[in-house]
Design a binder for this molecule. Structure first.
Ligand SMILES: [Zn+2]
Length: 778
């Protein structure tokens, strides 16, 4: 929906939760990173994200809790909403006495009224008008970082998934479902996890020479190299990306092929914080956390304080030689193909052929003519010197810290409590989630295809697919009209844009293959999970995911592969620039987003906005760099490009001037521009599509207790989709590192640019919602 991507720009999600660095993580890496983040932040959402990443192709990221709310299968409304073809004007109007009183309409009206604050003037602050009562009356539970539409559906989904996962599988049940049950059991068995203590990680660490801060003088510097440790991490299922990022991705300029990517390091705290050094509160908290964890794992405190100060410095240095997110939006600048022979000459501090072949699965070898994409050459230029001037011991302490920090989440309560303390500084959450919820998230995140299959088989209504598709088609048509009409495009560029839109594919709900046990069994055939060994099972899944992803290096990338669209139990939506596709998983097609049995203005405001948002991503500052085949090709004529950049500049400035009140922070207009462009286009396309629908089908009735016209209800529905309460810490992190604007601005930004809104609410020019200066890209 509104969120993440992959490599520079492979896919976007609606929501975010992930810091933007997430975008560039590869499957494995993300998996691991997610995991460690999870560990750190202990955000269930991230966990889930990570898991799913692990086992699947890298381009979709999770953004929020994967959840789905009630199945659409809820009791059907008793009556069909009546249609009145007696329109007098083109305006969508309804008669005052025409009120929908079906159970679904009453339920919908009650939800709307609960959030609304009619004491606020809509033209002054539409977000507080639409969400004011929700904001006042919503408390954030201790274990949560935010409450919004996504989290509410996610909570419901967790309950549904728990039932599906915990049901004891019979002998004849397909293996993937047994795996899910076993993983859940492994996670729930806290007694056994406590009994084993730190042994699962200590055993592995010993084989890698140990963590210097714990080994003390017994640590053997001579037998240790960082390259060997990366190779071992690969073997045991840890991330390979702590010093430099290695992955198998898709060749952006030839998107049916895959290619090896080298990128800057996946560091443990966002670059935005780390570069500030120990003066920063979060960096300080990270350092204290690291020291305390080392002590809990057996280090002597004074030694930990001293040695980890040095390893933190190494991590800060890695952050300093990395590119900030603002400089990672131009995919061409990140596309630097070189042969391995080339990189050997340029960056001689690694024996690259040996390094790369050691990370690739057995039977897959490259030679020095292999082309590798180097995303950030300046990082690799600086890395050699950094490694040379940093003592081996500091580097070893750093990477060993990373695998211990990651593992701790899957170990004892004592370690997890200290993690929570750190997580509290980052996100504000005070408590861990109930264990069962965490275990549901870990299971559905790690085995998203198996759990997703259980989910859709039980809870998805087939009918909803065609209804959602109908909306997608209507909204696309409106975008097509916009493309045909905008005055600033030359004909050649316009034609290419129209072609891209026509060729954009749509994935709704879930792929048919997910209903076939044989397909699932084939996918999971090499994976086993031991319910008595939690961390080892997690690591095994990670190795499985990495092998799966790396083994595809020589295989073509198939844009319609069902596995790329097989995580239906997620409340999110995506655009993939590599596939030129939009995706709306089953999990989002419900509750506040979508219901077949309520007035259409509610659906167009909610899921319609999301659909328009994803379509528009194909034409935002990053999506526009890719053509209709998903290749990184510049199809823009110079003057049109200039006009586009001018329009994007307006959005950058508009959002960059917003100050969020709770944190006092200004939004980052550059990092959020893609999402903001998608929001602005999305809401407009959906509004126009609804208008068109209503012209064809006649005006819709009102909802009880809501004296608003259908168009006004469209805006209310759109705004209420984003009603959100955040903890200050979470909001701060989101503003500092995220690609999505906070919810409030996803309402205020687009609405104040929309003339139709001002018309529908009679907002005088110059009011806050109807400023004289408006931005419009699409
Ligand atoms: Zn988005």
């Amino acid at each position: 929906m509104f969120n993440v991507h992959e490599v520079p720009t492979i896919s976007y999600k609606l929501l975010d939760t992930n810091p933007s660095w997430w975008r560039r993580r590869t499957t494995l890496e993300r998996t691991l990173t997610l995991i460690s983040i999870v560990a750190l932040i202990a955000v269930a959402a991230l966990v889930i994200a990570l898991v799913s990443v692990v086992l699947s192709d890298k381009h979709h990221e999770v953004l929020e809790l994967p959840g789905t709310a009630e199945a659409l299968g809820a009791p059907p409304a008793t009556h069909i909403i009546s249609k009145h073809p007696d329109i007098e004007t083109n305006e969508v109007t309804s008669k005052k006495d025409d009120i929908c009183l079906t159970s679904e309409c009453v339920h919908t009206a009650s939800n709307v009224l609960e959030a609304l604050d009619t004491s606020v003037e809509p033209c002054d602050d539409f977000y507080n008008f639409a969400c004011g009562s929700f904001l006042k009356n919503t408390n954030i539970p201790d274990e949560k970082t935010q409450v919004n539409t996504f989290s509410v559906i996610g909570d419901k989904l967790q309950i549904q998934l728990k039932q599906l996962i915990t049901e004891e599988p019979s002998e004849t049940v397909a293996k993937p479902f047994k795996l899910a049950n076993k993983l859940y059991k492994a996670c729930m068995n806290k007694t056994l996890i406590e009994q084993k203590g730190t042994q699962p990680i200590v055993e592995i660490a010993e084989k890698l020479g140990g963590w210097p801060v714990i080994k003390g003088d017994a640590w053997d510097e001579n037998s240790w190299t960082w390259q060997d440790s990366v190779k071992n991490f690969r073997k045991y299922g840890f991330s390979m990306d702590y010093i430099l990022d290695f992955s198998v991705g898709i060749d952006l300029k030839n998107s049916t092929r895959r290619v090896i990517d080298l990128d800057q390091a996946a560091i443990g705290v966002s670059r935005e914080y780390l570069v500030k050094g120990l003066e920063d509160k979060i960096v300080r908290a990270y350092y204290d956390y690291m020291v305390d964890m080392a002590v809990l794992f057996g280090a002597e405190r004074t030694r930990a304080v001293n040695e980890l100060r040095e390893s933190l410095q190494f991590e800060i240095d890695l952050a300093n030689i990395s590119l900030p997110n603002e400089k990672r939006r131009n995919s061409s600048a990140l596309y630097n193909p070189m042969t391995i022979a080339d990189i050997q000459t340029k960056y001689p501090y690694v024996s690259w052929l040996n390094y790369i072949n050691a990370l690739l699965p057995e039977g897959l070898d490259v030679d020095e003519n292999e082309i590798v994409i180097v995303s950030v050459p300046t990082f690799f230029e600086a890395l050699g010197d950094l490694i040379k001037r940093t003592p081996k011991r500091a580097i070893a302490n750093y990477v060993m810290w990373r695998i211990h920090g990651f593992s701790a989440f899957f170990l004892t309560e004592e370690l997890r409590k200290r993690q929570l303390q750190y997580s509290t500084v980052l996100s504000g959450r005070q408590e861990q989630e109930p264990r069962w919820k965490e275990c549901v998230d870990i299971t559905s995140g790690s085995l998203p295809i198996a759990v997703g299959a259980l989910y859709v088989r039980k809870h998805f209504q087939e009918d909803d697919k065609s209804k959602a598709l109908e909306m997608v088609n209507g909204i696309r048509e409106e975008f097509e009209k916009i493309l045909k009409e905008v005055s600033w495009m030359d004909e050649k560029t316009r034609e290419a844009a129209l072609n891209k839109l026509h060729r954009m594919t749509t994935h709704i709900g879930y792929p048919d293959e997910i209903m076939k046990d044989s397909k699932l069994e084939e996918y999971y055939k090499d994976l086993d999970i031991d319910p008595d060994n939690y961390l080892p099972s997690i690591l095994k899944m990670s190795v499985f995911g990495t092998n799966y992803s790396f083994n595809k290096l020589r295989k073509p990338f198939n844009k319609t592969d069902w596995l790329n669209h097989a995580k239906p139990a997620v409340v999110n939506a995506y655009y993939s620039s590599i596939e030129n596709s939009i995706q709306f998983p089953a999990g989002i097609l419900q509750e506040k987003f979508f219901s077949a049995d309520r007035p259409k203005y509610m659906n167009y405001g909610a899921i319609g906005y999301v659909i328009g948002h994803e379509i528009t991503h194909g034409f935002d500052d990053q999506g526009r760099q890719f053509d209709s085949d998903g290749n990184l090709v510049d199809w823009w004529q110079e003057n049109t490009k200039k006009a586009y950049l001018e329009k994007a500049r307006c959005i950058i400035e508009q959002y960059g001037n917003y100050t969020e009140v709770l944190t006092g922070l200004k939004l980052n207009g550059i990092n959020t521009q893609g999402e903001n462009i998608a929001d602005n286009g999305g809401i407009k396309e959906s509004y126009l599509a609804y208008k068109k629908w209503a012209e064809k089908n006649g005006p819709e009735p009102r909802l009880p207790g809501l004296p608003y016209s259908p168009q006004q209800m469209f805006w209310i529905s759109a705004a209420q989709t984003w009603c959100s309460v955040y903890r200050a810490e979470t909001l701060k992190m989101r503003i500092t590192t995220g690609v999505h604007s906070p919810a409030e601005f996803r309402v205020l930004g687009p609405i104040s640019n929309m003339r139709d809104f001002s018309k529908d609410f009679n907002c005088p020019e110059g009011t806050r919602m109807n400023p004289i200066k408006k931005c419009e890209v699409w």
